[in-house]
Design a protein around this ligand. Structure first.
Ligand code: FAD
Length: 589
């Protein structure tokens, strides 16, 4: 008999639960304990949150079924959902969601319902040898003894193996954030550190006063939606654009970030599940023989995206497209582009994508931001199969395997790993590929046009001056905004040192969990991740010993693994499924 605890019932916890059930051997009795105070679906997707926060993944690209043996979120919505919702008395509550199509973005809490259904299905179809107990409590401690592992909630449990799927965690504030918090308390200001926007008490803002939002990623867009709902303003559609009709309760939002630009819009989806980009250069065989630098690899990823871009861009021109693409794939870019006389306007300009504001003077930035958004919307709306830029962005996003190969096989040098891959490459990757749906960019544009949002030029900074916060761009420090509200519009970073998760803190204190770090040029850098053995995902304790019966995967490993904060895609050999299988195979070996 084996007794296994899964801590966390978000997507990762549920996926590993599914694998544990389906891969169990009928001859062995398996008892599984699943812990999460928020129940199946977990905290991010919980039911009691605003309908304004939506997914940034289209419904047909979301699933929990690793072998596609059940419906993806879109299929579920069109088939099983109505009956399931009625059985929960949620039919009316989610009536708008049931009308959504496969390329729509549903409310976050609706994905939570899909996860509850997934869990219910697992329970209905349990094999005779498996039992599952859902314990809707937080685990606060864990002790490893010679024979077993003791787990503590308000009760005590004994198990053989533990899988930590604890996902996102709130952090204690860092030194700078602490100073802001203290200053806010001293001067009756509002300060919100990094966190899930759904948890922020916007009702505690200083009413009528300017709000500074620092960060222009997904959390920023969540905040925008939550602010508009709080004010009661409306977006009115006119000629495929939006116009903002204010309610009169608006507060000025002063927004910015280091780069100064919101992430590129998510391209409109035209791909069915399973139609993910396929490598033309970075194939498995190529990677097995690859001996180049990180920069070589990043450049080849760009070339992969360029091939897709030119395939679309040059499709209706006179040139011999297949000849061009063949030569481009193998040859020197410049030589081939010149040979085929591809004009500058037709070429893909990466600076335009990664650093579009490079040449813009700070004084011109407010106008520039509007033209940037308009252009970005047009490109995203061309779609990820027909639009040249959108298809290139999608290819850049989807070809993740080569990088996982590099990580799994420890092929980056420590410097490349820390500074290049998890540093500059990853920042650009996020900016390009993990933006919000187009509708959000349109809403943002409408709010700028209505004068509700003001953008700072890049290199945003904040000072504490005369009992208020002062926001400005370091490129134009004379132009500043005073405010009584400051929100750090970003999620907390993965940090074993600063996590508020009581279980993780206890495990760290007891020496079971150690920090993943890299030594670059003689100095040690902590990635924030928990250290695990890459090939098994068993945690490594502070003396360097692999704890055979404790596993971890997902967000607490960001910095050791890459891109853990995403739900897996159907009809793909998604990394999440691969890792869940790896853990389950080790437990059942
Ligand atoms: C605001 C936000 C929006 C997002 N939107 C998208 C999106 O649209 N599309 C997408 O693909 N991804 C999105 N993500 C990424 C998200 O990380 C993944 O989709 C997914 O939720 C990760 O699953 P997980 O199970 O690893 O972590 P989580 O979803 O964070 O689940 C972890 C669970 O563990 C539980 N837990 C933690 N500690 C304990 C403990 N001590 N005892 C008991 N239970 C515990 C928590 O309560 C939580 O429910 C979003 C993330 C955030 C934060």
């Amino acid at each position: 008999m084996k007794k296994i605890a899964i801590i966390g019932a978000g997507p990762y916890g549920l996926i590993v639960l599914d694998r544990l059930i389906k891969q169990s051997s009928l001859s062995e009795k398996i008892e599984i304990l699943l812990f999460d105070p928020d129940g199946p679906g977990g905290n991010i997707w919980r039911k009691d949150q605003s309908n304004q926060v939506i997914m940034n993944t289209v419904m047909q690209h979301v699933t929990l079924f690793s072998k596609d043996e059940g419906p993806n979120l879109a299929e579920w919505n069109q088939t099983v959902a109505p009956n399931y919702l009625s059985s929960l008395n949620h039919g009316e509550f989610f009536s708008e969601e049931t009308k959504l199509g496969k390329n729509d973005y549903c409310q976050r809490r609706y994905y939570g319902i899909y996860q509850c259904w997934f869990f219910d299905e697992l329970m209905k179809n349990l094999p005779a040898n498996v039992t599952v107990d859902l314990i809707e409590e937080q685990v606060i401690d864990l002790t490893v003894t010679e024979k077993e592992i003791l787990i503590k909630t308000t009760k005590n449990f004994q198990v053989d193996d533990v899988i930590l799927a604890t996902g996102h965690s709130a952090n204690y504030l860092n030194e700078t954030e602490n100073k802001q918090q203290k200053y806010a308390e001293e001067h009756n200001l509002f300060y919100q550190g990094p966190g899930n926007p759904s948890d922020t008490r916007l009702d505690q803002l200083i009413e009528g006063e300017t709000v500074i939002l620092r960060g222009l990623g997904l959390s920023f867009f969540d905040y925008i939606a939550l602010f508009v709902a709080k004010w009661g303003g409306k977006f009115i559609e006119e000629d495929n654009c939006l116009v903002y009709a204010p309610s009169g309760k608006e507060q000025l939002l002063v927004v910015g970030s280091g780069r100064g630009l919101p992430y590129h819009a998510r391209p409109n989806n035209q791909k069915k599940p399973g139609e993910d980009a396929q490598p033309q250069i970075l194939t498995e065989t190529f990677m097995e023989h690859f001996r180049g630098t990180a920069d070589n690899l990043f450049d080849l990823l760009k070339k992969e995206a360029e091939l897709v871009y030119y395939q679309k861009k040059l499709a209706n021109t006179e040139i011999d497209l297949s000849g061009f693409l063949e030569e481009y794939r193998k040859g020197e870019r410049e030589v081939v582009l010149s040979k085929y006389q591809i004009s500058d306007e037709l070429r893909l300009d990466w600076t335009e994508l990664f650093d579009p504001a490079k040449e813009i003077l700070p004084k011109d930035f407010p106008d520039f931001i509007q033209s940037y958004l308009k252009k970005d919307i047009v490109e995203a709306e061309r779609g990820n199969v027909t639009g040249p830029i959108a298809s290139a962005i999608d290819t850049y996003k989807e070809l993740q395997e080569p990088f996982n190969f590099m990580l799994d096989n420890e092929k980056f040098t420590t410097k490349e790993y820390f500074e290049d891959f998890f540093g500059s490459f990853n920042r650009n990757y996020s900016f390009l590929t993990i933006g919000a749906p187009v509708i959000r960019q349109k809403q943002l544009l409408a709010l700028i046009e209505a004068g509700v949002i003001k953008f700072l030029a890049p290199e945003m900074d904040i000072k504490r001056v005369n009992g208020e916060f002062l926001a400005y761009s370091k490129r134009n420090s004379r132009h500043s905004f005073r405010a009584k509200n400051l929100i750090e519009a970003r999620l907390p970073a993965t940090s074993l040192k600063r996590t508020k998760n009581p279980l993780v803190i206890q495990m760290r204190k007891k020496g079971y969990l150690s920090s993943h770090s890299l030594t670059v040029d003689g100095s040690e850098h902590f990635t924030g991740a928990i250290r695990v053995a890459r090939k098994t995902h068993q945690v490594i304790d502070q003396t360097g010993v692999v704890l055979q019966h404790i596993y971890c995967y997902g967000i607490p490993l960001e910095g050791l693994d890459w891109l853990n904060a995403a739900s897996p895609r159907p009809k793909s050999n998604d990394r999440v499924f691969y890792l869940a299988n790896q853990i389950v195979n080790t437990i059942y070996r």
